[in-house]
Design a protein around this ligand. Structure first.
Ligand code: COA
Length: 379
């Protein structure tokens, strides 16, 4: 970890620790200048084209792509754990009745007791996150729960449990692969800070869920759809975007702390939506999204020539998750269904570091006032 002088500390705090290296990690590298995301030695584009969520879990948890037998073992283990988590729903009280999906997920995951074995704990909490997020979708819609089918892949089963069908599972698979891991983002950092105190996996994941909920992190994709709905027609995009920026509001799905070019994950997800488009799904939405993306990037480039603000992952996430049939309220919980794999890997990595994360703060409050009862100075 870098040692910072006072001036650097103040600058780092003011800029949200931008550029500060808070850990050494073998899990992923986010190259913001070139727009590249490497997950444990693999480009995200290549992974999304060839790997499934189980492969990414194995890559993050074991450090290498699984062979066919290992992939099958992990698929079965996740399936068994989903079935077990489904059996735990009855004991969750009112957790899954919360109106916000992330509140529900946070409360439900907090109930878990996971196996002490590190690997089994990861499998259990990853499976349970999907089961609880899907169950919340059903409860919210007033529909009966759909039990897990351990024979399916994790992506297909999550989609089936949440929507009652898995026709578009390939699109969701691409999303889960793409969103599973992304450097020292806020929720991952939160999970690592909790782990660094010697706390447990469930507490770390609950912290991750809390951080992911915010609109500046994972809470944006539903808001992207609200924006597209408000724009309505491609021809209205430029005027709408201008009015929004004039009113001092942010455009959802645009800008990123690290990327100064288009987020590579946006390209992966756009490709996944294009596959759906070829199958006759989401055509009008994609046309509107493209027009909005162009209008937003043009307007932001004119306003901030000094700071490239380009499309981030949330933009095409919104279009893709809608196209696979998930309701927009489930978008951020679905982000957690993917990212929990990364949180688990970071928890394991942080445990091996074994060092408390405890930065300092530059005190800018008042100096201590003289104690009115202390008359020694005058005597
Ligand atoms: N729309 C409009 N203006 C934006 C913007 C957006 N999406 N993102 C950044 N800006 C502007 C800010 O208003 C600020 O302008 P100012 O200096 O005139 O006040 C400038 O760009 C820098 O913004 P800042 O908040 O310091 O950048 P950041 O790196 O801390 O922010 C995000 C990164 C993601 C939080 C930010 O881009 C954002 O709020 N995006 C919208 C929400 C979103 O899509 N979140 C998902 C993230 S994956």
């Amino acid at each position: 970890m870098k040692t910072l002088d006072r001036e650097t500390t103040e600058t780092a705090a003011a800029s949200g620790l931008e550029g500060v290296e808070a850990a050494r990690t073998a899990l992923s590298d986010v190259d913001g200048e070139r727009g590249r995301l490497t997950i444990a030695g693999h480009d995200v584009e290549a992974l999304a084209a060839r790997a499934g969520f189980e492969d990414v879990c194995a890559l993050l948890w074991d450090g290498r792509r699984p062979d066919a037998g290992e992939r099958e073992d992990l698929r079965r283990a996740l399936g068994r754990a989903r079935r077990q988590a489904f059996g735990e729903i009855a004991g969750l009280g009112s957790a899954l009745k919360a109106s916000d999906g992330m509140d529900a997920l946070r409360a439900a995951v907090a109930h878990l007791t996971v196996p002490r074995d590190e690997r089994e704990g990861m499998v259990h909490i990853t499976a349970a996150t999907a089961v609880f997020a899907a169950a919340w979708c059903r409860i919210r819609a007033g529909l009966p729960l759909v039990p897990p089918d351990p024979a399916r892949t994790h992506a297909a089963d999550y989609l089936n449990m949440a929507t009652g069908g898995a026709d578009q599972a390939a699109g969701l698979e691409a999303y889960l692969v793409t969103a599973a891991e992304h450097g020292m983002n806020a929720s991952t950092f939160a999970a690592r800070v909790v782990t660094s105190t010697g706390s447990d996996l469930v507490s770390a994941v609950v912290a991750g869920i809390g951080a992911l909920k915010g609109p500046l992190h994972g809470g944006a994709p539903g808001l992207v759809l609200d924006m597209l709905d408000a724009i309505g027609e491609p021809e209205r995009a430029a005027a709408w975007v201008e009015a929004e920026l004039r009113a001092g509001r942010r455009l959802m799905g645009m800008g990123h702390r690290i990327y100064r070019v288009r987020d590579p994950r946006a390209a992966v997800l756009e490709k996944a939506v294009e596959a759906l488009e070829r199958a006759g799904v989401a055509r009008a939405r994609l046309r509107l999204a493209r027009a909005t993306e162009k209008a937003a990037q043009d307007a932001l480039a004119a306003r901030h020539p000094e700071r490239p603000l380009r499309t981030n992952v949330e933009f095409y996430t919104a279009v893709l998750l809608e196209a696979v049939g998930l309701p927009r309220e489930a978008f951020t919980p679905t982000f957690a269904v993917a990212r929990v794999a990364g949180w688990c890997a970071h928890v394991a990595e942080q445990r091996r570091v074994g060092k408390l994360i405890r930065p300092s703060a530059a005190y800018v409050g008042p100096l201590s006032a003289p104690d009115p009862d202390d008359h020694r100075d005058g005597q």
